[in-house]
Design a protein around this ligand. Structure first.
Ligand code: NAP
Length: 270
């Protein structure tokens, strides 16, 4: 792990966003505030919203690719990444570009980007460990995990990372593999427990303990994210299945301990 800070000069970037859903819009607002130029393309027509934000919206991906982008920022769902990238006529790119993804899993986009992109394109894999809710009052001290997968133009890459550094993010350099290992045991686990609590229908009560309040918040934050996102964390992180099994086994162990204790007490009293 290390900081991305460097003494390289910084440049104002032209950033093309692919996937202008919740998270793409959230990131765009800070990039615009910092003076970078953004443009977007997406499956859904966001022309009206983009007009309000003063972000050019491209319904057609060809002029989007031919626009003068320093960075192409991939903000699509985990599940649609391959389909989206494979449907793009990447040979229409006019110049050497930095591709950045923000997916919540990292080995999968790393592999797909290396597979589909022309060799002369740079690749930076990132995961901002926050979203529109946790980052609504600023990004200070929130982690930005990244791996410079194939970076030749260091100035452009540093300028992109500086977007997060200058907002006060904690910059965490880590391999995509290590990210997925840690995320399966942290982010995927908390999403899974949040979804289980939602399945149980837990609600705030008039006698909440602090711990129960934490559970209600966990349920709310897990269900605020799309089910596509949650299932992407499972399907495209090779470490997630083991953690789901660990959760199941641990649940069973705790249950067995309780049942054992109960039967010991019953046999004592009889
Ligand atoms: P999401 O449900 O993971 O992704 C929604 C985006 O994917 C939208 O832009 C949507 O396009 C696009 N999309 C979905 N299915 C598609 C398909 N079949 N073809 C083309 N595009 C498709 O929700 P999100 O919260 O906006 O997340 C976007 C990305 O950011 C994900 O990879 C997620 O892992 C990552 N991320 C999210 C958060 C967060 O807090 N939300 C935090 C860190 C990273 P349209 O809108 O045009 O339909």
């Amino acid at each position: 792990m290390s900081s991305s800070s460097s003494s390289l000069p910084l440049q104002t970037l032209k950033i093309g966003i692919v996937g202008f859903g919740t998270f793409g819009q959230f990131l765009a607002k800070t990039m615009i505030k910092q003076g970078h130029t953004t443009r977007a393309t997406s499956r859904t027509d966001y022309s009206q919203l983009c007009h309000q934000l003063d972000v050019p919206f491209f319904r057609d991906v060809v002029p989007f690719l031919e626009a003068d982008n320093d960075v192409i920022l991939i903000c699509t769902s985990i599940l649609s990444l391959s389909e989206v990238l494979n449907s793009m006529p990447l040979h229409r790119l006019k110049r050497q570009t930095l591709f950045v993804d923000v997916l919540s899993v990292k080995e999968h986009p790393r592999n797909v980007l290396l597979q589909v992109l022309p060799e002369n394109m740079d690749v930076l894999c990132t995961h901002p460990m926050f979203g529109p809710e946790s980052g609504k009052n600023g990004w200070k001290d929130l982690p930005l995990v990244y791996e410079k997968v194939r970076v030749r133009n260091e100035t452009r890459c540093s300028s992109f990372l500086h977007i997060f550094e200058s907002e006060g993010c904690r910059m965490v350099e880590m391999s995509c593999e290590e990210h997925d290992k840690v995320a399966a045991r942290s982010q995927f686990l908390s999403h899974s427990i949040g979804r289980i609590l939602a399945e149980m229908g837990i609600e705030s009560t008039s006698m909440n303990t602090k711990s129960f309040e934490t559970l209600v918040k966990l349920k709310e934050s897990a269900t605020n994210d799309s089910f596509d996102l949650f299932s992407g964390l499972f399907i495209h992180n090779r470490f997630a299945q083991q953690e789901l099994m660990n959760l199941e086994q641990s649940f069973e162990k705790v249950k067995q301990r309780l049942l054992k204790k109960m039967s010991e007490r019953q046999s004592l009293s009889s």
